[in-house]
Design a protein around this ligand. Structure first.
Ligand code: NAP
Length: 262
């Protein structure tokens, strides 16, 4: 069956990660199997340890465990240290990395060819934590982080010069050219409460949730904004994780085109 990898989270059943990694493995002739593990909310570390003891080589981590994964690592990359959240674990060494930021930035620059300077980032959970540093490094002049729980956004913003944190009711009036929804609201058909006026014509409204028309994307589209879901980010962050585990960089475009076609 080859080396074993998996996505661990709660919930995970909806994930396309197994399809993506299977396609990468075929294209690069790597002998591996990538599965799904739903960990109990109070049993993340024990579930990781069981998988490792049974020979598991690596894990991707999704909500709500990215911060717990960070705490579990014996060594982390610089970008994971800055994010204080880990989405990629190498189990032989206890190494943790975060590929969400580079995944989002590659999707924006290489697939969507969208330039940005003033960014509104909605959410302050594990996914948001992973992308602030990468957005600033990729050229964002300012990142406003807005979250339902404003204190979490303010605490996250304090770690980055160029970032500002607030709740949805105290958004500064800035000419955003990119709005990234990094909340999990779309999973329950809800939308973060942002005024429709943020969706200007040249804005790209990007929802990290993929494969469904979320209320956030619907509101942005009806206000005339360009919209995109998070499938490209998913494929790009997966490719970076694959590279960390296998030392081989798979091509992302054919996999993304196939998933979009399907
Ligand atoms: P998380 O750590 O659980 O954080 C959830 C965030 O969503 C928090 O900021 C929370 O606000 C907010 N939230 C939840 N329900 C909300 C609602 N009804 N209205 C407004 N805000 C709400 O989750 P995460 O790991 O950051 O993941 C967030 C989303 O990004 C998930 O849907 C995940 O699937 C997606 N994601 C996609 C990719 C990709 O590659 N496409 C990568 C990473 C994540 P509070 O702080 O107020 O609770």
């Amino acid at each position: 069956m080859g080396d074993r990898y998996a996505l661990i989270g709660n919930p995970v059943a909806h994930s396309k990660s197994p399809l993506i990694h299977a396609a990468f493995a075929r294209a690069t002739a790597q002998d591996l199997h990538y599965g799904l593990i739903e960990a109990p909310l109070d049993g993340f570390a024990a579930t990781v340890e069981r998988f490792r003891a049974a020979g598991g080589r690596g894990l991707n981590v999704t909500l709500p465990f990215k911060q717990e994964a960070f705490a579990l690592c014996s060594r982390v990359s610089e970008r994971a240290r800055i994010a204080q959240a880990v989405n990629t674990l190498v189990l032989e060494t206890g190494f943790g990395d975060n590929t969400d930021g580079i995944g989002l930035v590659r999707d924006l620059s290489q697939n969507l060819k969208h330039e940005f300077s003033v960014v509104l980032l909605l959410g302050a959970g594990g996914a948001a934590q992973g992308v602030v540093g990468a957005l600033l490094e990729a050229g964002a002049r300012r990142v406003v982080i807005a979250n339902r729980t404003g204190s979490r956004a303010r605490a996250l913003a304090e770690r980055f010069p160029g970032a500002l944190g607030c709740d949805f009711d105290s958004l500064p009036a800035e000419p955003f050219d990119l709005i990234v929804n990094a909340t999990s609201a779309g999973l329950t058909d809800e939308a973060p409460r942002v005024p429709a006026s943020v969706f200007r014509k040249k804005v790209l409204a990007y929802d990290m949730v993929y494969g469904r028309e979320t209320p956030f994307l619907a509101a942005a589209r009806s206000a005339g904004a360009r919209t995109c879901d998070g499938l490209g980010m998913l494929v790009e962050q997966a490719a970076e994780s694959f590279f960390i585990w296998r030392g081989v960089r798979p091509q992302t475009r054919p996999v993304l085109e196939k998933l979009r076609g399907a």
